[in-house]
Every structure is written in C-alpha cells, then in structure tokens.
Design a protein around this ligand. Structure first.
Ligand code: NOJ
Ligand code: CA
Length: 663
C-alpha cells in the first residue's frame, strides 16, 4: 500500500541567533495560535495565545531527578533551531482517509553553565489545531541512567475555564465525566476539555506515550487556574526510569473555536511516528458480535457449567449470524480455562480451551464462513504470567487463523504496587502490541493505557476500552443519557473507544429487572456514527437482533471513514456527526435526557447529486424511560440544498445513511 502522498520539505533547520533571552515566538501556519517561549532567570517558560487572546500564561517546564536534583532553572540557551513541516499522509484506518500534518517547530537547547553541565532540549510544535512540546534528554552527557521523581510541566490558564473531565486515577478511566470550573477541580485524567469564557475549546492530553509514565493532572491550590503534571508512580514512588538519550511524550494542547473542531483535529496522530508495519494490508476494521453481553446480564457464564456461554454450538450460531448479517467478527470470552479462579495469580494459561469448546473446529468453521474469530486474553492483571505465555498464546491464535484478540487487565496489577498507567505497564502494553504485530494480530485492549496516537505507528492497535462502557448498564447504576454526549469531546479525542453500543433489548427485564440502558434504540444506532472504533461491537445477544429491522443500520454502517464533519455539538447536551465512506454519508445525532430538535443542513453532500436518506429515528412517543424501543424507519430523497429536522426523544437519537441515487 502506498501511504505517503507527498512531503514538502520546507527550508529546515534555520539556526537562530541566540542573543539576550528575548521571547521566542512560534506561530502556527495560519498565525492564529502563538506559543511564546521565554526564560525567567534561567528557568524555561511557555505561554500560548489564540487569535491574540492569552489562553495559557507563562508556565513552568522542567524535570526533577532522584539523585541529580532539578533540571529546570539555572539554565542557558545554547542553541535554537526552527523548522517547518507540511506533509499529507494516509492512515491505515481512521476518521479521515488523508491527514495533513503542517506545523512550525522551535527546538531550544538548554545547558547548565557549570558542573555537572547537563543538557535539556525542548521541542515545541505549533499546528493550526494546537501546540505541543516534549522534553529530550540528549546523549553524551553526565546524565546517563536517570530516575525522574517529578515532571514540572504546568498549565497556567489565563481564565477560570469550564472543564469536563474524570478524576485522576492511576488504574482506571471507567468513570462518569464531571463538569466543573477550574477553581473547583482537584485532579483529572487526560484528556481533559476546557472552554474559556471567550468560547475557545481546549483539550489537554499527551501524544506518543512511549516508555514514560502516564500523565494525570493535579490542581495547584495556591495558584489560580493552574494544573500540574502528576505522573503515575512506580511501586517505589518514582515516576520514570531511563537512560539517555530519552524523550518524554508530547504534552498536547488542542485548540479550536468550537467543540467540533477538537473532534476533527488530527494533532495527536500527527505527533506520532509513521507506520512501523511494513505491509499493514492484513489490518481490517470490522464490526463484531460476541459471546459477551450474555455474561454481563447473567444469562451465561464465563466459567464451565450449565450456563457456559463459550460452547462450540453457541459460537457456531454467532458465526452463522455474523456471516448472514454483514458482521465481520465474533468475539468469544470464557473459551479458556481459568475463569473459576478469576483474578487469582496463574489462573489463566491462555491456551487451554474448556472441554465444551472445540477451538480448532470453531476456528475452521469461522474461516469457512468468512468470519473472523476474535480471541480473548483476560489476564486478571497477572502481567508476569501473560508475558511468559504471550508468544505461545499468539502463536496458537496465528496457527488457527485468528487475527484479532481482545485483551483485559481487570483487577489490580501483579506484582502488586504497579499501576495500570505507570511506566512499567506502558512498556508492557507496547510489548504486547509489537508481539501482536509480529503474529499478524489486531488488538482491542480493555483496562488499557489511554490512547495517545500510537495507532499511527502500530495500526494493529485498533481500539481499547479506557472508558465507562455500556457494560456498566448491566451491573451498576449505569451511564446516564448525558454520558455519550460528553465522550466525543473528551475520551474520544484521545483515540478510538470500544464502548460496545447496540443494545436493542434496553431493559433486559428477563435477566436483570433492576438494571437497564439509559437511552432509546435510535440513540444506540446513532452511536455507530458518533463513536469511532475500527473494531465496533454490536453488543446485544443475537436473538435480540434477528427479527428487528433496526439491525439493517448496523449491517451497513462502516467502521472506518474517509471524512468526518461535526454538524452540531454542545458538550453534554447534543452531538451530530456526519461521516463519509466512499460516496456514502452516515449521520448520527444524539441528545442527553432532554428532548431536542436537531436541524441538519445537508451542505456536506456532493452538489448536483441526489441521495436516498434512510432514517432511523425516535418514534413520536419514544422516551428512554418509558418507551425506549419506539423507532420509526423512513426513506426520502434529498440533496445538498435540503435540511432535515430531527426531533430527538429524551435519551434519544437519529441514525441515517445517505446513498447516492443511481438512475
Ligand atoms: C472487563 C471488560 O471490560 C469486559 O468487556 C470483559 O467482558 C470482562 N472484563 C471480562 O474479561
Ligand atoms: Ca446536559
């Protein structure tokens, strides 16, 4: 596959004369975003403005080491370089088939003027959709083996912004989002989204998280509107261990005049390395069904017994369903021994099937029917055992033609004291991605490290959880209707999410009368467009799909896109997204607990062309609480000049395909 479209190498490496410590300004290509680098008595600072408005006031940069003290002040600038870059590239899958990567870059070399003469490089990039910077500890200096105890990066906002985030947590991203003002916030996981009083939207996150600890944010109480980097610790309390040369992840600040601008930004991917897989042709986005929801609602079990879900016969019926209804894959959980000792050390060996699951026969059947079997490795957090067995486990799947695996890390990490989001686990998750790539295996990681764009480099890293997914509706107080109207502007900015939409029996009273899904059926369909995942689940039991005409939408909706346009967005209230695949457009629109009307001007369609709109929307009497399954399916011909008025029920939505009419 030819993946490079063109690269314009503009005059690079302009060495700048380093005079007195005047501010160094770095403008984005359009000039709208300006990063201001300065030195305050030997301490580096950066500030950011948008269209002349200060967003981030001069903020600290630097690192503190265990034995070698601070590398953050008493520094001189030794050299400054400037570069320009403009390239367009094609991802293997994604929300857009071509991505422009255009930025201006400022590289600042800092050095201690006296012993121990350590050096620190700062790299800043200004894009039209935000700014980013990273630390580089260069080679060939006194500092070789190092231990970082804190990263001093701060984000000193100019105003008391509105924010949407989940609290900082070193092991889980499975929380509901809160809307708070900056001065009410204690801590946050990233990405965190902010809105300034001037209506500018900002997302703080990180890109290319490689061999570093995950970043959380802590509010500095003594300083207004200021967040500080708080890295996830090792068991001994330190944050990052390494050898020079080393570089931190990018600290990213995406900026847009609307929430939709954040969704359309590709800055996180642009800050990652190009694809490392020579021929990624085997990587195939797909929808999947699975032996999964049955366990969560209590119809089936993972472990052996009367209600065991992963039997040969049951899996074959899921394979038949997938083959007949346009679904690419079938996930099977509970196929291997160990579920009786869930969470215990050494519970799973990842290769021994339960006696009622004929793995080779099931794999053969899937191959014959053209369906991808999706394997499952639940580690229960037992990482040492998984690492020991990884090669054998992936080899088994590869031999059987199984090309996708869902992994899981439910529970605390062994050895105890490690966190899911610490450097040790960041290394582990990457080792698994690289091993999977060697075996031609795509990954869906649950209880993961958050996405930071590494799927550009490793496009077999398809999707991951790292979100409070639909499963919470099966066994907790659930996710309120508002949840999915916040996710596109928070968690999804980091990358794809395995939210697992598509529950049709929204109350599942037969199994759990006290639990339910807090949305209408039309809302569930709309999530296939609103939420991006190149492996996208149709999560319900197949018996709930068989006679329901609404499944026609899931059968046709793609999981990778050529173009994405956010039509309307109010964080926490309403989302309307249009995505194109080839010549067809798909539209998803959802609301929170309020009934609303969404006006959809079809300006994105091709001029002069007619389209057949197939609309799946809330029936007039639909309501997530009292009448969730009431759905109307209709068709009409439309063109670019039309505008559709979509009434959305409380907790409701609308999903639509727009197919060019051929006469
Ligand atoms: C938690 C995962 O999120 C879920 O999808 C899976 O079924 C269970 N762990 C068991 O692995
Ligand atoms: Ca709301």
């Amino acid at each position: 596959m030819k993946r490079w479209l063109f690269i314009a190498l503009l005059p690079a490496l302009v060495l700048v004369n380093v005079g007195a410590h005047a501010d160094e300004l770095l403008e984005s290509p359009s000039g709208m975003i300006v990063l201001d680098f300065s030195m305050e008595a030997g301490a580096p600072r950066y500030a950011v403005s948008y269209d002349g408005l200060p967003l981030i006031e001069p903020s600290e940069l630097g690192l503190r080491f265990l034995d070698q003290g601070l590398l953050a002040d008493g520094l001189d600038i030794s050299e400054i370089y400037r570069n320009r870059h403009d390239e367009t590239w094609r991802p293997v899958w994604g929300t857009s088939s071509t991505i422009r990567n255009a930025y201006n870059e400022l590289v600042v070399h800092l050095a201690e003027p006296g012993p121990p003469f350590r050096r620190l490089d700062l790299v800043f990039r200004a894009f039209d959709d935000g700014v980013a910077f990273r630390y580089i500890l260069p080679d060939g200096q006194r500092l070789t083996a190092f231990t970082i105890v804190s990263e001093l990066t701060r984000f000193r906002f100019a105003d008391n912004c509105r924010t949407w985030s989940i609290p900082a947590n070193y092991d889980s991203y499975e929380q509901l989002y809160r809307e708070l003002h900056l001065d009410e916030l204690d801590s946050a996981n990233t990405p965190i989204t902010l809105e300034t009083p001037d209506g500018i939207y900002i997302s703080l996150h990180e890109a290319d998280l490689t061999d570093w600890a995950g970043m959380t944010l802590a509010a500095i109480r003594s300083e207004p509107n200021t967040l500080e980097c708080d890295l996830v610790p090792w068991p001994d309390g330190v944050k990052v261990k390494g050898m020079t040369p080393a570089r931190s992840p990018w600290r990213t600040i995406q900026i847009a005049p609307s929430p939709g601008g954040l969704v359309e930004s590709q800055m996180i991917l642009n800050l990652n390395e190009p694809c490392a897989i020579e021929d990624p042709g085997w990587i195939t986005p797909m929808k999947y069904v699975g032996i999964w929801w049955g366990m969560h609602v209590g119809k089936e079990t993972w472990h052996l017994g009367d209600r065991h879900g992963a039997t040969t016969a049951n899996t074959k019926s899921y394979i038949d369903f997938a083959a007949e209804r346009g679904i690419g894959g079938v996930l099977v959980e509970g196929w291997n021994t160990g579920w009786d000792g869930w969470g215990a050390k050494d519970a799973y060996d990842f290769v021994t099937p339960y006696p009622d699951f004929d793995l080779p026969a099931v794999a053969r059947y899937a191959r014959e029917r053209g369906v991808a079997l999706i394997g499952h490795h639940e580690t229960g957090g037992d990482v040492p055992t998984y690492e020991m067995r990884l090669e054998e486990a992936f080899t088994l799947y590869e031999t059987l033609g199984i090309r996708a695996v869902k992994t899981g890390y439910a529970g605390g990490i062994y050895p105890r004291g490690h966190h899911h989001h610490g450097q040790w686990m960041v290394r582990h998750y990457r080792r698994v991605v690289e091993a999977a790539a060697r075996h031609g295996i795509m990954l869906d990681v649950h209880e993961p490290i958050k996405p930071t764009g590494i799927s550009r480099t490793w496009p077999n890293m398809m999707t991951r959880e790292g979100v409070r997914g639909i499963e919470y509706n099966a066994w907790s107080e659930g996710n309120p209707p508002e949840h999915t109207t916040i996710l596109p502007f928070t968690r999804m900015l980091a990358g794809p999410l395995d939210y697992t939409p598509g529950i049709f029996d929204l109350t599942f009273n037969r199994y759990k009368p006290e639990n339910r899904v807090y949305s209408t059926l039309a809302n569930q369909l709309a999530l296939y467009v609103v939420l991006h995942s190149p492996l996208q689940m149709a999560a319900d039991l197949i018996e709930n799909y068989i006679d329901n005409p609404a499944f026609a939408f899931i059968s046709v909706v793609p999981t990778t896109w050529d173009e994405t346009r956010v039509i309307d967005a109010v964080i926490g209230d309403l989302v309307c997204i249009a995505r194109r695949s080839g010549e067809e457009w798909f539209l998803g629109c959802i609301t929170d607990e309020q009934a609303r009307t969404c006006e959809v001007p079809l300006y994105f369609l091709e001029p002069g062309r007619r389209y057949l709109a197939r609309i799946f929307q809330d029936a007039p009497d639909a309501d997530w609480e009292s009448n969730p399954a009431a759905l109307t399916i209709s068709e009409r011909e439309v063109g670019i000049e039309d505008s559709l008025t979509l009434p959305l029920a409380p907790g409701g939505g609308a999903a639509m395909s727009l197919t060019p009419v051929v006469r």
